[in-house]
Write a protein that binds this ligand. Structure first.
Ligand code: FE2
Length: 243
């Protein structure tokens, strides 16, 4: 073999080797993108009101609640979705191990939905009005009767965890106050119109164990315009579902 042909052969081998190695290396460097179901791109929403202006609920508490509990849930859901994407096609991951992450996925999802509902129904003057006021009077006999039942349900959760949710139930067609022990408890097929966080992290910094004072403070800061907007939208959705 001449020097020239030997050089050409080596060059050919190198080229062939490089051509063989390239897709392998590229595949290693570029892992397939996770499908949308596991996109892990949830982002926290900012507080929709000035936390320094609530009455009876401190800015320090609201900021801690938003930054630690809510934003923490958003970050956790992203981590969980990445882990699920990595495990879903892994034959060595048994279903019961996968299920633990699916449970955590539901916990964080519920936390995000309910916390975003909660923060957005704060920041108002606490004065109910609009169609929601009329509907509450119709459903409960009076606004005061609705409020008493809502607060009584909340008081039952004092000292522990949970939510009270005024919801439009699309299955029954009715407004109702629902008790929820945790982020996963919701009346099926219902739209939360007003959410009250009864986890101790929502009030302990300001009120200690005096949950009733927190419940009263929550009511005085309710943003009823937002609650009414949700109710009006829910009515339109209910009409579409009947069609
Ligand atoms: Fe919370």
């Amino acid at each position: 073999m001449t020097t020239l042909s030997r050089r050409a052969a080596v060059q050919s081998l190198l080229t062939g080797s490089a051509a063989f190695a390239l897709p392998h290396d590229t595949a290693a460097q570029q892992a397939p993108a996770a499908p949308p179901a596991f996109r892990a791109a949830h982002a926290p929403k900012p507080l929709p009101f000035d936390p320094a202006k609530l009455k009876g609920i401190s800015e320090k508490l609201i900021r801690s609640h938003h930054e630690n509990n809510y934003t923490g849930a958003v970050g956790a859901l992203n981590v969980i979705e990445k882990r699920l994407a990595a495990m879903v096609n892994d034959k060595d991951t048994p279903g019961y191990v996968y299920a633990d992450l699916k449970r955590e996925e539901l916990v964080r999802t519920g936390s995000i939905v309910l916390h975003e509902t909660y923060f957005a129904n704060l920041g108002g003057d606490g004065k109910a009005g609009g169609d929601i006021l009329t509907a509450l009077k119709t459903e409960f006999g009076s606004f005061e009767a609705w409020e008493a039942e809502f607060k009584k349900t909340a008081q039952g959760l004092a000292g522990g965890s949970g939510w009270v949710i005024l919801a439009h139930n699309f299955h029954t067609g009715a407004l109702h106050n629902y008790w929820a022990w945790d982020h996963m408890h919701n009346a099926p097929f219902s739209r939360p119109l007003l959410a009250l966080d009864m986890y101790e992290h929502a009030y302990h910094m300001d009120y200690g164990s005096a949950a009733a004072k927190y419940i009263d403070a929550f009511m005085t800061n309710l943003h009823w315009e937002e609650v009414n907007r949700r109710f009006v939208t829910a009515q339109k959705m209910a009409a579409l579902l009947k069609g």
